[in-house]
Design a protein around this ligand. Structure first.
Ligand code: TYD
Length: 415
């Protein structure tokens, strides 16, 4: 459990300044004060500290949190373990195929993944490459990876760690940074390490939730303290260019509500971007110039109001409601409209380290899927809406033919 007294001060000195380009960043959406979403509680009334949760927008195309917590406070002991999911496995296969077909990955590649969690992506890569190595700051999570045979170092990745790894293991032909660069206050610290570690002709794969999908689909619940950046292609390009790296490829996918995967290489010269990347940059600029950010703010308010009234109505009619997926997104979603265990009795989740704990602030207890299916509610609020089809199929296969599902984004719908 986290000793909140040890928490370092929140960084507010740079509020209002873009941490990618240095210009002014303006507040776009203020979600009030929230506890960090993955600080699961051990009782439903545990006192837990809250911090401002504010999304800022910069004209360079970057979206970021105004107030950031220290990585040590968020990641040293971590409650997120990548789930075992068919759609995730399929996504990994697609990514790997793309990397192979475009020559970024060969059977001779040495691969290092930063923020490798329990090692699921490396496990998918391992049969196709020469070596894989994971680096993750969470000891409890890295232990699971090592037990599963994915060699994982327990470290916060930076230049020192990069140099040590390069000296002992050699440089990396592919460095993977999936859902991790945007999870740190200063992504340049990580990029500087990557530059130390990358082989001269090596490739860097950066993947993150895609800000344009977040905005277009009203996914305001993607905003929580771990997500310190919301990457557009413009933002990734700014970041890479500032470190002399060239953006050479981009792939979009539906995973996690819409993700962007970019490939970068060392740029020896000012290599021209491909016409496809130029077209994507133009598309983003058009959307941003024509009010997408404001539509997102309005969409957020409308979902919050609709969800609150839908859940209130269902509860007044005596319906029992559980959440499905003890996601960080769920913590933002439910806390932002003041739901508590009086509204949502339990939250079902397959992750063993989450079960028996409570979602911060709203105090909803996390139970196993098996328990939830054996003691079913009338309605599930799909807090892991990004796995919608999988979760609905799972519940139906467990015999829950009549249970209904509230899907909160892009609009509140009932399935
Ligand atoms: P994720 O969407 O990655 O969450 P976050 O918002 O925290 O980034 O997490 C999905 C959650 O859903 C995770 O806690 C595991 C859970 N889950 C199930 O309970 N059953 C399943 O079949 C799947 C695929 C996920």
């Amino acid at each position: 459990m986290i000793n909140v007294e040890l928490l370092s001060a929140i960084h507010d000195s740079a509020v209002g300044r873009c941490r990618l380009c240095g210009s002014t960043a303006k507040t776009l959406l203020d979600l009030g004060s929230m506890p960090p979403a993955n600080w699961l509680m051990s009782t439903h009334i545990q006192a837990i500290r809250e911090f401002p949760l504010v999304l800022e927008k910069c004209d360079c195309g970057n979206f970021q949190l105004g107030y950031c917590l220290d990585a040590e406070d968020l990641y040293t002991h971590y409650n997120y373990a990548t789930p075992n999911s068919p759609s995730l496995s399929e996504h990994y296969s697609r990514l790997i195929r793309h990397l192979e077909q475009n020559g970024y990955l060969t059977p001779d590649s040495n691969v290092v993944e930063i923020g490798s969690n329990v090692g699921r992506f490396l496990a998918a890569l391992r049969p196709r490459v020469k070596s894989v190595l994971g680096i993750d700051p969470a000891r409890n999570i890295a232990e699971i990876a090592n037990r599963n045979g994915i060699r994982t170092l327990v470290e916060f990745f930076d230049r020192r760690v990069a140099r040590d790894v390069a000296r002992v293991e050699g440089t990396a032909d592919l460095v993977v940074a999936r859902h991790c660069l945007a999870h740190n206050r200063d992504p340049y610290e990580i990029l500087d390490g990557i530059i130390e570690l990358l082989a001269p002709d090596g490739a860097l794969l950066i993947e993150n939730a895609y800000a344009m999908s977040t905005l277009q689909q009203n996914e305001f619940d993607q905003i929580y303290h771990e997500h310190m950046f919301y990457f557009t292609l413009h933002a990734v390009r700014t970041m890479l260019e500032r470190r002399g790296l060239a953006l050479v490829d981009v792939m979009f996918s539906d995973i996690h509500g819409g993700s962007i995967a970019c490939v970068a290489k060392r740029s020896m010269s000012n290599a021209a971007i491909t016409s496809r990347i130029a077209a994507e940059l133009w598309r983003e600029r058009e959307l941003l110039d024509y009010g997408l950010a404001q539509r997102f703010v309005d969409g957020t308010a409308s979902i919050q109001a609709q969800l609150k009234s839908t859940i209130g109505d269902l509860r007044d009619r005596g319906c029992v409601i559980y959440a499905y997926g003890a996601t960080a997104k769920g913590a933002t979603l439910m806390n932002s409209i003041g739901l508590t265990s009086r509204d949502i009795s339990y939250c079902a989740d397959s992750t063993p380290i989450k079960q028996g704990k409570f979602i911060p602030k709203c105090g909803i207890e996390i139970v196993s899927e098996e328990w939830a299916f054996a003691n079913p509610p009338d309605v599930f609020l799909l807090t892991a809406w990004n796995y919608k089809n999988e979760l609905i199929a799972k519940a139906r296969a467990a015999g829950l033919e009549r249970v209904r599902f509230i899907v909160p984004v892009p609009d509140v719908t009932i399935v």
